[in-house]
Write a protein that binds this ligand. Structure first.
Ligand code: K7E
Ligand code: CUA
Length: 865
């Protein structure tokens, strides 16, 4: 233990074990390791995944949320969850499915008029340019109710849901073609394309599989259903798919199971599906020329129209040399094209092998029309052996693949063996295996399915977690395990429980490729990206009534909702357009009306609409649901619903004691004086900011803009106050003065944040020791009494080292053992003055040294505080 511990110390701290600082940290580290039972390797793994506060991740992962119908966003290597995106399922936090605009998106997903409020998301896909992720759009499929959704990575919101017009389930989607021209969606369970009943006995004749090629416009980020088409396939159950790239660009690959076309019937004494559907030794990989088929689809002669959608029949595809089959080991699962597009790896699932197909060989057979036969639907079959580069035994249950930046290397998940295997698909050699827990499905590499894999990490998406976490009842969370693949052998770093549905595929992208916006242009409908019809600016708030339709144009800004009373009749249709007038980063307001099942989330600049029938009489508070400011609880109002057939009598009789004019005047004077003093503080901050050229620092300049936003509202309130005062309504004048104070507090709040940020920007760089000292100063509670640059409940510490002879020694001693110095005349005087004694905070020698360094740094920058 001792020996290995020394190695660790030098690993963590460099080789300078001689300084006492290092020794202090080492002692602390060894204590923590002992207490928590951590080994050296554990600590190294922790260091590889730990992000100190404020430090961001290198990669962002988009994981399917399985039966949750959502998408989960998290960071790598920290494995911190960043967001759940509502896609096929309502998501209350973001108001998704609760406000009118997002409900319209969710309802695009209606199938034959039926509302569907969940999905089974499997495969998220990032949009591509030249086969590389461009960070613009994310598509994901719903297996249960065959649909594709599009998420805008400008704001991580779902913008479009497109139901498949002919499939009754899907699986092999979503996959972008290399320049995002199309999104592939392959069917799963064969079914009739039309919406009628067809007896199962007619399966071979009337049931069909296929691949829908969804035309995508990468500029606007939308699927164009009218320009899309489906390629009809035999009623084999199609499974995963992938788009060719590089030399296989223009081609698509979709595998299948149940080429036996078995239809089961346990209830009538037939052997179950699983027996009949895995009877043959091989199934078929579908190989199709989507580029050619897209051209063919433009001619009405080549398509039949089913449910208002173009379908290319099998015989048309065959006649035009655009559809082929290649045998593959039975019931395969993943099919993944290599970064250069030459190889296609198909995983065995029931077979222990992975099969590596060579597109060059496939292409040659196709060009030479060298077929080994035809399937019952007339589709040419290519010889398996002649198409293969080779096969390699990997282990039990190979499922999915992710590529490495190293030529020829690939990572494959082994479901039954619960392992990730690293192997060379060119030399057909296993290189390494790593155990995972348990039963891995997909695995996610960093851009591992793009033309530009990054390596570094693999995430194992495990189906079972069993004993990895606290028992939270029979339904366990999923477990995503982060594996370091940067070394010669793989190393499992950390587990992340994922309690939201069963993720299937996840895709990772370099965070540097994402550029989401911070706020919306004022009045934006985030769902369309255009100006919202209900956009309302300050001063335009109003309530309009047309018959029994009441339309409210409302605004939200810290800390009020305007209007604050909405009175309607029972039975009225109420439309509330709301605009969040904030421009400050992260100043979201939420809006709900109690008991009315309404919720909207308004990001800065966003406009959204709530719409409902006021079918219950009564008084219903509405309020902001985000703790947005110190006066967040006051951000409320009332929806009053009157029954027009009832007569309401006034109940007013409580007489409140009113204030005398003199008392009112006194309160008014006091409020005005407080405002003046507050303004003086603001002006001093403004002077500091200007003197130090805040405009040279964008972050600071942004904060100043936010602060001015608040400050510039003051003159209008002042005018109202003065008018009221002139008219003798002192009560009202006081209220407006109070509003001015609220605006000043908000201004000061942001202004001081701007000042602090600016100080950091222009101060001299802190030494490591001074930085630790600042932390110790804060964590030790010193800042409770000592505010730098100010006398508060303790003296200002600026210049403290100069105040005493031998300042460093004096201050160190005072920190370490203050009680021994209470009788020092200077200390005594201070104790009398502040009515407080400096307590012993039990700082260590090292911490004290660091704090002294911090105080030195303060003195260097004394002009800034
Ligand atoms: Cu293997 Cu739907 Cu991609 Cu689950 S799928 S694991
Ligand atoms: Cu706005 Cu709370």
């Amino acid at each position: 233990m001792k020996k290995s511990y020394k190695i660790l110390s030098s690993l963590v701290l460099g080789s300078t074990l001689t300084t006492s600082v290092a020794l202090g940290a080492t002692n602390e580290l060894s204590k923590v390791m002992k207490e928590r039972g951590l080994s050296e390797i554990d600590v190294i793994r922790a260091a590889k995944t730990y992000n100190p506060t404020g430090i961001k991740d290198k990669y962002v992962v988009f994981s399917s949320g399985g039966q949750s119908g959502q998408v989960i966003v998290y960071g790598v290597p920290s494995m911190r969850i960043l967001k759940y995106i509502g896609v096929f399922t309502p998501e209350p936090w973001q108001g998704y499915g609760y406000d009118k605009d997002s409900l319209a998106i969710l309802r695009q997903g209606n199938i034959r008029g039926k509302e569907i409020n969940w999905g089974d998301t499997h495969h998220p896909a990032l949009s591509e340019t030249d086969g590389k992720y461009d960070g613009k759009w994310l598509a994901i499929n719903d297996k249960a109710n065959p649909r594709i959704a599009i998420i805008d990575l400008g704001d991580f919101e779902t913008k479009q849901i497109v139901p498949n017009p002919v499939f009754k389930s899907d699986h092999g989607g979503a996959f972008f073609t290399p320049n995002s021209e199309f999104i592939i969606e392959a069917a799963q369970y064969a079914a009739p394309f039309d919406n009628e009943y067809h007896p199962i006995e007619d399966y071979k004749e009337t049931y069909r599989g296929g691949v829908t090629m969804w035309k995508f416009d990468p500029k606007i980020g939308r699927i164009l259903p009218k320009d899309s088409f489906t390629i009809e396939f035999p009623p084999y159950h199609q499974d995963l798919s992938d788009a060719g790239k590089g030399e296989s660009n223009g081609w698509g690959f979709t595998n299948s199971f149940n080429t036996e076309m078995y239809t089961g019937g346990i209830e009538v004494g037939m052997p179950p599906n699983e027996a009949g559907m895995s009877r043959n030794d091989t199934d078929f990989l579908h190989v199709y020329n989507w580029k050619k088929l897209a051209e063919l689809a433009k001619n009405p002669k080549n398509v039949k129209i089913v449910n208002d959608h173009r379908v290319i029949p099998i015989d048309v595809a065959v006649k035009n040399n655009a559809l082929f089959l290649i045998p593959e080991a039975k019931s395969p699962h993943g099919v993944d094209v290599s970064p250069d597009g030459r190889y296609i790896i198909v995983c065995g699932k029931l077979d222990t092998h992975a099969s590596v197909y060579d597109f060059r060989k496939i292409k040659k057979l196709i060009d030479n029309k060298e077929y080994s036969g035809k399937d019952p639907y007339g589709i040419p079959i290519l010889d398996m052996k002649k198409s293969l580069h080779g096969q390699l035994e990997l282990g039990l249950g190979p499922l999915h693949n992710q590529y490495s930046p190293i030529d020829g290397q690939v990572y494959t998940s082994l479901y039954v063996d619960s392992q990730v295997v690293k192997w060379d698909y060119k030399k057909l050699k296993v290189l390494d295996k790593e155990n995972v827990h348990y039963n891995i499905g997909h695995l996610a590499g960093m851009e591992g399915k793009s033309a530009d894999p990054q390596g570094e990490y693999i995430i194992a998406l495990n189906k079972l977690s069993i004993d990895r976490f606290q028992n939270v009842g029979p339904l366990h969370p999923q477990n995503h395990q982060l594996i370091d693949i940067s070394g010669k052998t793989m190393d499992l770093l950390v587990d992340m429980p994922l309690p939201l549905g069963e993720p299937h595929q996840a895709v990772a992208i370099r965070a540097s490729k994402l550029h989401p916006h911070v706020r919306y242009k004022m009045g934006t409908n985030s769902k369309t990206g255009k100006e919202h019809i209900g956009k309302t600016l300050a001063g335009q708030e109003r309530i309009e009534r047309k018959g029994n339709h009441v339309t409210v144009y409302a605004t939200l800004v810290r800390s009020h909702i305007n209007p604050e009373r909405i009175t309607v009749n029972k039975g009225d249709l109420v439309t509330i357009h709301m605009t969040n007038l904030e421009r400050a980063q992260d100043e979201t307001h939420g809006f709900t009306i109690d008991n009315y099942n309404q919720h909207g989330s308004l990001e800065p600049g966003e406009t959204t609409t709530l719409e409902f029938v006021a079918d219950m009489e009564g008084v219903f508070p509405y309020y902001c649901t985000e703790f947005c400011s110190a006066l967040h609880l006051e951000m409320m109002g009332y929806l009053m619903v009157k029954d027009p057939n009832k007569k309401y009598e006034s109940a007013q009789k409580l007489k409140m004691k009113s204030m005398t004019t003199q008392e009112l005047k006194a309160e008014y004077d006091k409020t005005v004086a407080v405002n003046k003093a507050t303004d003086a503080v603001i002006q001093s901050v403004v002077k500091f900011l200007k003197d130090n050229k805040f405009e040279n620092h964008k972050v600071v300049a942004d904060l100043v803009t936010d602060a001015l936003d608040q400050y510039n509202k003051i003159p209008e309130q002042k005018k109202k106050s003065d008018e009221a005062f002139k008219k003798g309504d002192i009560e009202k004048a006081i209220l407006f003065e109070n509003m001015i104070w609220q605006l000043m507090v908000k201004t000061a709040d942001v202004g001081i944040r701007a000042k602090d940020t600016l100080v950091r920007k222009i101060a001299t760089k802190q030494s490591a020791s001074a930085a630790r000292g600042e932390k110790a100063f804060a964590e030790g509670g010193c800042n409770g009494c000592h505010v730098i640059g100010k006398v508060s409940s303790g003296p200002d510490l600026t210049g403290v080292l100069q105040r005493h002879e031998n300042g460093v020694k004096w201050v160190s001693k005072f920190i370490l053992e203050p009680e021994t110095m209470y009788d020092d005349p200077y200390v005594k005087g201070m104790i009398d003055y502040f009515n407080l004694k400096m307590p012993n905070q039990h700082m260590t020698e090292e911490e004290t040294k660091d704090i002294i360094e911090y105080l030195k740094w303060i003195d260097e920058n004394a002009n800034l505080f």
